[in-house]
Structure formats: C-alpha cells, structure tokens
Design a protein around this ligand. Structure first.
Ligand code: ZN
Length: 318
C-alpha cells in the first residue's frame, strides 16, 4: 500500500469530477520550508445540490470526529449524491501531531477564527482554513469533544434562533442541544458570518475513539444528508426526546483539593442537591457543592486533582 496522495493548492469544487477525491492541501509551511498539509475528502455528486462540510480536530486532541469522517467516506463510497460532501478529518494538523489541543504557538484556534491574513502563526493558519476551505461550504458540522480531564454528554451547540441551525441540531439525535449564539471566535461563528449554516457537535471525550459516540455522530450526518436531499434515505428519529437547554454555565471550585463529582453526564440535578465534594489530602471533607438550580449535567470534570478555580460541572438550564 502506498500513500501517494495528491497535493492541491486550492479547493476548487467545481473542477472536480463526480466521485470521491482524497488529497492534501498546503496551508502553511514549517520552519524548514516544508508544507504542512491539511487532509481533505470530497464526494462530488453528479446531481446539483448543497455543499455540506464536516470538520474535525480543530482542537488537536479531539479525535472522535476524525474517525467519524473516515467512516462517513467509507460508507458513501460508490454512492451518487446530490451536491457535494466535503470532509476535513484534521483541521488543526500541528496540534494533532503534538497530541495537543492548541496550535503550535499555544493558541486556541477556535477562539481566534476567522484569523488574520497578515497575522501571527495561528491567525494566518485560521484565516487560510476559513477562506480556502470553509468558505466553499453551505452547511457545516464541526465535530469536537470534551477537553482533557473532563467528560461530555453527546451535545450540540447551535443558535436556536436560526431556523436552519435549529433543524440541523435536532437531526443529530444528541442527548442535549444547547442554545448558543456563537460570536466568540469559533469556527462555527466564522462560518456563520460567511452565511454558512453551522453547528458544533460535542461528541464524547478527548484523546480516544469511542465506538458509540462515533456511531451516533455518523447517524446525525446521514440525517442531515437525507434532510438536505443529498441522499434518498429516511431520517432516523431518536428513541428519547432531546433535552434543549436555553443556557448553560460551568460551576467552579473556590477551594483546591481532591475533587469528586457525583452525578453523571445527562443526569438531571435538583436545586440544592449535592453535586461534588472537595477533600483535603488526608481525605477529610472540606467543602461541599450543591446545584444552584435545577438542570442537566452536560459535562463534568473527571480529574480528581482540582486546584482552586477548577471546573466542577457544566450545568444546562432547560
Ligand atoms: Zn473542541
């Protein structure tokens, strides 16, 4: 087996023939003038239709999306679709190679989108990703996971005031949909500013492949393709009602110590219910935390060592 993958300098979807294309795009070069390549997969249909983009690993340690896109293109291989499917299995290549969340200059590129044409390392990278790749899309599903030391439910961030974003979110069959307007330097916000209908999928935990999460993420993408009439298939409806949260916030520890968080993700908690304790290093309880109001656990910290200011629990308010 060889890895003779073609390198392209631009994503010119019109020039591609119907069928699957897999190639690299040169985006920036490293300090010895070698190009850093972003991998791209395209399924071009023979019939006209929308351009749906699916991106993963904007944070380099969030890997479920990479597997989801690989599986997606395996499953659609040989299909003729209406429109074009674009997969970017790794957006943040330097971060992924370092097994890190952040870009090589330690910047979170999902806080600085759409970057700057004449900016610093991460800004230029972000700018070129947005303008050379993302700008070609009409719909975008951006796949993320929880951060290191935390676990997430399968939840969607979407601007629920936008009819189309709301629909895209509902098609994911996630545990929770969180209304979030964006405008915060994320890829979703930058895409929205370009007129692209975009949502963020938070699919499980970092640094690993999770079979169940990968299956769920894949189902949501096929649902979107069915809804957009790119494929002629039925939409899979969820077994359970999706919980929609109007807002959410993290609860932080105001004491340092050994942290134990009680509820699991997707658990409902009642106001006043004990959700976490902090013990000193001798095992004595020094602080108890209760839910400030009723809600659902979107994510939680799993790392037991919590300095003052550590995250405890991500509470969604229904
Ligand atoms: Zn992320």
């Amino acid at each position: 087996m060889t890895n003779d993958v073609q390198v392209r300098h631009e994503l010119d979807l019109d020039s591609l023939s119907p069928g699957i294309h897999k190639f690299y795009m040169d985006i920036i070069a490293n300090g010895i003038a070698q190009d850093i390549h972003v991998p791209i997969m395209v399924l071009k249909g023979s019939k006209p239709g929308p351009v749906l983009g699916v991106t993963a690993a904007v944070h380099g340690n969030e890997l479920n999306g990479l597997k989801i896109i690989q599986k997606l293109f395996k499953e659609v291989d040989g299909m003729d679709i209406a429109g074009t499917l674009v997969g970017v299995p790794v957006v943040n290549v330097p971060a992924l190679l370092n097994h890190e969340r952040y870009f090589s200059d330690n910047e979170d590129i999902n806080r600085i989108m759409p970057g700057r044409e004449d900016g610093n390392q991460s800004q230029v990278y972000a700018y070129r990703i947005v303008n050379r790749i993302i700008a070609n899309m009409e719909f975008l599903l951006d796949l993320h996971t929880a951060s290191f030391g935390r676990v997430n439910s399968y939840y969607i961030r979407a601007n629920m005031r936008s009819k189309m974003s709301k629909k895209l979110a509902q098609l994911q069959n996630a545990d929770i949909i969180l209304n979030n307007e964006g405008g915060d330097g994320t890829l979703r916000a930058a895409a929205t500013d370009l007129g692209i209908h975009a949502i963020t999928l938070e699919v499980g935990d970092p640094n690993k492949f999770q079979k169940g999460m990968i299956r769920s993420g894949l189902e949501g993408i096929f649902n979107v393709m069915s809804f957009l009439k790119m494929i002629d298939d039925e939409i899979t409806v969820p077994k359970e009602e999706v919980v929609t949260c109007q807002k959410s916030y993290w609860i932080y520890a105001d004491r340092g110590g050994v942290l134990e968080v009680y509820p699991d993700v997707t658990d409902m908690v009642k106001q006043g219910e004990e959700i976490a304790v902090i013990r000193n290093v001798f095992g004595e309880k020094i602080k108890s935390y209760v839910a400030p109001e009723d809600g659902i656990v979107i994510g939680k910290s799993t790392h037991p060592i919590g300095q003052t200011g550590s995250r405890i629990l991500h509470l969604g308010i229904i």
